[in-house]
Design a protein around this ligand. Structure first.
Ligand code: VGL
Ligand code: ZN
Length: 244
């Protein structure tokens, strides 16, 4: 589904979390992303690759499809070869999840409502547990992952981040898991750069991990201002942009 950009940005949770800085997306997108993964000696036991939400509903043809979302899968599979620790996330909602527009009368898709934990965007139904839309894309190599984190499975709370649900108090368990594993560097890729990847990267940095986003293994929804807002958050939280 193609997002209604005007409506979406108007109501986006990001408009409160991050600040629109203006300027050209393509310039920003290219800047500071020239550090190569090969310079970083990937593969020690302290490194993990975190692959966010590479699921059918976020790929073209899905109910919340990101443009060219499937085109990053080849790079993600190549990158996996370098890592000894890999975690996948899977957006995993009950069919009556409170973030779904189908649960409300007289509300518009991509508008927001007040939840006990703050503003919540209303989405088209997506990634419903047990459906084809919730499955990982068939081209994603899922064999090497040692961890799969499901998020958003509580009817009352949405979860963009791999670490904390949107209420910011319910953990997914990933932070404790990575700390127990002795992880110190987290490399993040997947969908979508300006939403679930961004929230995951911010929470990773706040948790104290050195955090890297792999720019040629992610794609943004790219609403007006959303990529600039993501990159200003990356600067604020010292999140590094790297490339394969
Ligand atoms: C996502 C909206 C709702 C994402 C998940 O993975 O980017 N976006 N649920
Ligand atoms: Zn979702």
């Amino acid at each position: 589904m193609i997002l209604n950009r005007r409506k979406f940005i108007k109501y986006s949770l990001f408009s409160s979390l991050l600040t629109y800085t203006g300027g050209s997306v393509s310039n920003l997108y290219a800047s500071n992303s020239n550090i190569s993964l090969s310079e970083l000696n990937i593969g020690s036991s302290g490194d993990i690759l975190l692959i966010i939400d590479v699921q059918n509903d976020f790929c073209p043809g899905g109910s919340l499809g990101v443009k060219d979302g499937d085109k990053i899968i080849k790079n993600i599979n190549l990158i996996q070869e370098k890592f000894n620790n890999i975690a996948l996330t899977q957006d995993w909602h009950p069919k009556d999840h409170s973030s779904f527009i189908t649960e409300y009368k007289d509300k518009e898709v991509f508008s927001s409502i007040d939840m006990p934990y703050g503003k919540q965007t209303l989405w088209p139904a997506h990634c419903v547990q047990g459906t084809q839309g919730a499955n990982f894309h068939k081209d994603l190599n899922t064999l090497k992952a040692n961890t799969i984190i499901r998020k958003g499975f509580r009817k009352e709370i949405d979860s963009y981040s791999a670490f904390w649900e949107n209420d910011k108090v319910t953990p997914t368990g990933l932070e404790g898991s990575l700390k127990t594993m002795g992880i110190n560097r987290v490399f993040i890729c997947g969908l979508a750069l300006d939403f679930c990847v961004a929230y995951s990267a911010i929470d990773s940095a706040i948790a104290g991990f050195d955090t890297y986003v792999i720019m040629n293994a992610t794609k943004p929804v790219d609403l007006p201002g959303s990529v600039e807002a993501t990159f200003s958050a990356f600067n604020k939280y010292n999140i590094n942009k790297v490339s394969l």
